[in-house]
Design a protein around this ligand. Sequence first.
Ligand code: UDP
Ligand code: MG
Length: 170
Amino acid sequence: MAIEQLLILIKPDGVKKSLTGNILTKLSEARMVIIGSKTLKVSRELAQTHYYQLKDKPFFGELVDYIQGKIYGEPYDRVLAFVYQGEDAIARMRKIAGATNPEEADPVSIRGAYGRITTKGVYENVVHCSSDPSEAEREIKLWFNPEEIVKQIYPTKKVVIEKEEKEDWA
Ligand code: UDP
Ligand code: MG
């Protein structure tokens, strides 16, 4: 079995329902290590790129609004993002997360216990979990910079950034 890494997101419904602790406790049963974590507001561009494979689905617009937390607003319009690493991590974490449709998910899984289907038909399933190694690599690189992950998991390169304006403590 291979050491894998994957992206886990606590989606805005998980934040709104105050499920962060419950979700992290359930995930910890798999004995994986967290090698990156942060809280962020999801831009429209990030949401669309993350879910690009679903862009032709009728629910795509609703899905983008959902991951941005549009329906919840301040202070719930954000996600918690994690990179987990461990043996056979993807299959094991997806099992704990449960099936995509919360009604079909094992009731003891995160999605089975805490998810719902909205009246508009969106599966609000409280977590995102990468589904295979190549998807995981694409997603980790999309959501995290190399310096935000405590160990090197993919090749990196040095780049010189000139005259870049960024926020610093005053
Ligand atoms: N989704 C939905 N309706 C569907 C399929 C998916 O609302 O019929 C949402 C759901 O929130 C899901 C996300 O779109 O988690 C991404 O779908 P995917 O098929 O990749 O499922 P996942 O990998 O999240 O289990
Ligand atoms: Mg998926």
